[in-house]
Design a protein around this ligand. Structure first.
Ligand code: KIV
Length: 272
């Protein structure tokens, strides 16, 4: 058995900030449905991200771009129903906040009203500051996301490590400061050099959550299906697998098929 927290109070953005101040690391994972959210929350996770990676993990798309606002709301509602303690953050999907401020606000309000989630995450820096500021002004907590931002994969052309060059690293540092000034409660840094991520975490006072960004940040996030080994085709260097559910599930299903075929299931005790 892993970490068991005695503290059953709801995690808030304020409590995340206090965790950073006292050097307590923040544990975050994705979830997209009620059953997984209930297990992840019960295991003591601090933050659950209803990531737009649902587009890949749940729908089998190649990128996060196709997932719609209504699909994200469906996932978010399902997750919220399973959670008692964790802070639930929802990704605003591609195309729902980039066009202009007013569309971003309308879509953000819809997610918050319908799903009852606690906060939203938006990808990007300076380019989306007006939207970030406006959402925070109307009372919606915002998490930033810099580095490898998957909604920009068609611009990047590759999922390789970002910000290795000085100019991109300098822009990332400046964006992190701007997101903090705009009022973001936290920033996710994805797939950037560990030294750069550590520098950002030292320079800003809001919690920095890393994925493929080394151990010098304030917390870590992984895609739940990846860390549980549900997908054996994805093995980036930053991923640690805590289970091999691909094998466990395939084996269990195989045994069920065998039992049905052999008329071994159901037996006398398993019927009325
Ligand atoms: O959508 C997602 O799962 C994410 C994480 C990779 C941070 O944004």
């Amino acid at each position: 058995m892993g970490y068991i927290t005695e503290d059953k109070r709801k995690v808030t953005t304020q409590r995340l900030r206090e965790m950073k101040q006292r050097g307590e690391k923040i544990a975050m994972l994705t979830a997209y449905d009620y059953t997984m959210a209930k297990m992840v929350d019960g295991a003591g996770i601090d933050v659950i991200l209803v990531g737009d990676s649902a587009s890949n993990v749940m729908a089998g798309n190649q990128t996060t771009l196709p997932i719609t606002l209504d699909q994200m709301i469906y996932h978010a509602k399902s997750v919220v129903r399973g959670v008692q303690r964790a802070l639930v953050v929802v990704d605003m999907p591609f195309g729902t906040y980039q066009i202009n401020d007013s569309e971003a606000v309308t879509n953000a309000i819809k997610i918050m009203k319908v799903s009852h989630a606690d906060a939203l995450k938006l990808e990007g820096g300076e380019e989306i500051l007006p939207q970030v500021r406006h959402l925070i002004e109307i009372g919606i907590p915002v998490m930033g996301h810099l580095g490898l931002t998957p909604q920009s994969i068609n611009k990047f052309g590759t999922y390789a490590v970002r910000a290795k060059e000085e100019a991109e690293a300098e822009k990332l540092i400046s964006d992190a400061h701007k997101l903090e000034e705009a009022g973001c409660f936290s920033i996710t840094l994805e797939k950037i050099p560990a030294k750069l991520a550590e520098r950002v975490a030292k320079e800003v006072s809001i919690p920095i959550i890393g994925i493929g960004a080394g151990g010098g940040v304030d917390g870590q996030v992984l895609v739940c299906a990846d860390m549980l080994g549900m997908n054996n085709e994805f093995s980036p260097r930053f991923l640690r697998r805590y289970a091999n559910l691909f094998e466990t599930i395939t084996d269990a299903v195989g045994r069920y098929v065998e039992d049905v075929k052999n008329s071994d299931f159901p037996n006398e005790k398993e019927q009325y």
